[in-house]
Design a protein around this ligand. Structure first.
Ligand SMILES: Nc1nc2c(ncn2[C@@H]2O[C@H](COP(=O)(O)OP(=O)(O)O)[C@@H](O)[C@H]2O)c(=O)[nH]1
Ligand SMILES: [Mg+2]
Length: 410
């Protein structure tokens, strides 16, 4: 972005902020009116009942259905301006942006702060106003490796920067811009190769998304967030609780299911067969004309072979019962595990026939660079990213936004 662009965008951001603020005020007033009306009606009902029914028979009024609150519009600050600028530079119009989007970008940028500090801030501080030199490239190499970008990606980035340095003088800002393009092309490659820019359920078919990965990386949480995204986008959604090894897993899923009004198919008996749960879930999905079936799986690393056998068995059942189902096997990776996560990804990729990755816990890690390594070294398209424990803290992956957040200059 040039200076003039950024001045225009600031002006644009201010207009967007004013519009969102106005919309929020209007919505609040509407909600207040509705609430007043509801209370009046309830009062009338109450009075009617009191006069007709003896006290002992009085019905308990059910608690109002809890909806997920919209985020509040924050201050018109640097976070808002940056997020609005990122949206504007992707061609969004003022009336097309939402508080949700601003909220998410703010969260992503904040989450990647540690990784960013380790790369950009240090590099720019060292450079000052000087252009890049071969020595500063050595520094950058160390910084990228430290941020878990991985050796292959780092080599690629440094050698193309070196080539550029041989041809022309590259200042700090131009260097960052070049770096952004390099990172983006590394992340975009497996996405382009997959032929699908954005992973969404195909209408008219049963889509089955299997979430796989080792214990604790965030499979169940991610599945809950996906159920919310999917049902909110009007896809008929169902959850299969096929992690039958953890007693608490089913309960955990039911809570997530309730939050987004998505049913959970489970089998409470001890040591139930995960494939049997999937079998039941497929039957239900067919009966209900479900668009997307989300399958939670167990992640015991120590019995990896069993795990792989189980996954194969699950896939076999789906193939047999719904031959035209679209199966996605998504590896869930915890960004904070850095190179360890990368090792897991490689071992899963060898035996589990994966079609994509979901990176979680990008909030507050200094190892966010591992996303690059997953793209370059495991060749998996990143489909979603998670940056928090809330139901809205997961979004479809957007490489432009990710790289902008990773290398923002502040
Ligand atoms: N900060 C943060 N925590 C997360 C995120 N995703 C999951 N978690 C937490 O990670 C822990 C393990 O998650 P869980 O879904 O049970 O992992 P599973 O064993 O793979 O199913 C829980 O405490 C989650 O709240 C995320 O994006 N950010
Ligand atoms: Mg789990």
């Amino acid at each position: 972005m040039t200076n003039t662009d950024s001045d225009n965008s600031r002006e644009w951001a201010a207009q967007a902020y004013a519009l969102l603020k106005k919309r929020q005020e209007e919505k609040k007033q509407e909600l207040q009116k509705e609430e007043e009306k509801k209370q009046e009606l309830q009062k009338e009902e109450e009075e009617k009942k009191q006069s007709l029914i003896p006290i002992a028979n009085k019905e308990i009024i059910p608690e109002p259905f809890k909806t997920i609150a919209d985020p509040e519009l924050g201050e018109f600050d640097d976070n808002f301006t940056w997020s609005a600028m990122v949206l504007a530079s992707q061609g969004k119009k003022i009336n097309q942006i939402s508080i949700d989007e601003i909220d998410w970008l703010t969260k992503l940028r904040r989450g990647l702060e540690e990784t960013r500090k380790g790369i950009v801030t240090e590099l720019l501080e060292k450079l000052g106003d000087d252009p890049l030199t071969p020595e500063s490239l050595d520094d950058l190499e160390t910084l990228l490796i430290r941020a878990d970008v991985g050796i292959d990606s780092t080599d690629k980035i440094i050698s193309s920067l070196r080539k550029k340095l041989n041809e022309e003088v590259v200042g700090g800002e131009a260097g960052i811009k070049f770096l952004k393009n390099e990172l983006k092309s590394i992340i975009d490659k497996p996405i382009k190769n997959s032929g699908t820019d954005l992973l969404v359920p195909q209408k008219g078919k049963l889509n089955v998304w299997l979430l796989v990965g080792v214990n604790g990386v965030g499979k169940t949480t991610t599945l809950g967030k996906l159920a919310y995204l999917s049902s909110r986008s009007n896809y008929k959604t169902l959850i299969a609780a096929a992690d039958t090894f953890r007693a608490a897993a089913v309960e955990q899923l039911k809570i997530w299911g309730e939050r987004s009004s998505v049913d959970v198919i489970s089998n409470q008996s001890k040591n139930a067969d995960p494939a049997a749960v999937v079998f039941d879930a497929i039957n239900s999905a067919k009966k209900r004309d479900v668009d997307l079936l989300l399958v939670d799986t167990a992640g015991r690393l120590q019995t990896k072979n069993n795990l792989m056998d189980e996954l194969a068995k699950i896939k076999k059942i789906i193939d047999k019962k719904v031959p035209d189902a679209i199966i996605e096997s998504l590896l869930v990776l915890d960004a904070s595990q850095g190179q360890n996560g990368l090792k897991q990804a490689k071992s899963f990729a060898k035996s589990a026939n994966l079609s994509g990755a979901i990176i979680t816990k990008l909030d507050g890690t200094s190892r966010g660079g591992v996303s690059l390594a997953v793209s370059e070294e495991v060749n998996l398209p990143i489909r979603f990213i998670g940056a928090g424990e809330g139901i809205k803290d997961l979004r479809p992956f957007n490489s432009y936004e990710f790289v902008e957040a990773l290398l923002a200059d502040k």
